[in-house]
Design a protein around this ligand. Structure first.
Ligand code: ZN
Length: 153
């Protein structure tokens, strides 16, 4: 479902099509694509938007017991937002090694692992779910991209 959401506004990899779905007690409580360009809002990553919609929808500050599914490994900001919102489990498709480095803010640190380790013992993080299908949404790790096509969106 997160892959479908990622494709919902086209699938040009230069627009970073990311999809995120949050499930609580077997029900989808949010499904969002990144909206940084259209809002415009640099923090409007798919996971941030989904966490906002999920909290609004259930009228709670915390998403304990919820699973956040993302097509791409969440960035540091979105991992931190998962910590703050008390998401129980994060499942993502493609990881850092599966896509072009332009999609990640940190060059040498895996912020997801760092943040997951540093702040919470009770958050489950699993990568590689439908890895190949998710990786197809993005530029490959070795894609030769002109500088102007590279943007961390
Ligand atoms: Zn993010």
């Amino acid at each position: 479902m997160a892959i479908e959401v990622a494709h919902s506004k086209g699938s040009d990899p230069s627009t970073s099509p990311l999809g995120c779905v949050i499930v609580l007690e077997g029900k989808v409580i949010a499904a969002e694509r990144n909206q940084t360009q259209e809002l415009p809002d640099a923090t409007a990553h798919a996971e941030m938007m989904a966490i906002r919609r999920a909290c609004e929808g259930i009228g709670e500050l915390e998403l304990r017991g919820a699973t956040l599914y993302s097509t791409l490994q969440p960035c540091g900001m979105c991992t931190m937002a998962s910590i703050w919102s008390k998401v129980g489990r994060v499942v993502y498709g493609a990881g850092r090694a599966d896509v072009h480095p332009m999609y990640f803010e940190a060059k040498h640190v895996d912020t997801l692992s760092f943040i997951g380790d540093a702040y919470r013992d009770d958050i489950e993080i699993e990568g590689g779910c439908l890895r190949e299908e998710c990786a197809e949404l993005y530029y490959g790790p070795d894609a030769d991209l002109p500088e102007e096509e590279q943007a961390n969106l």
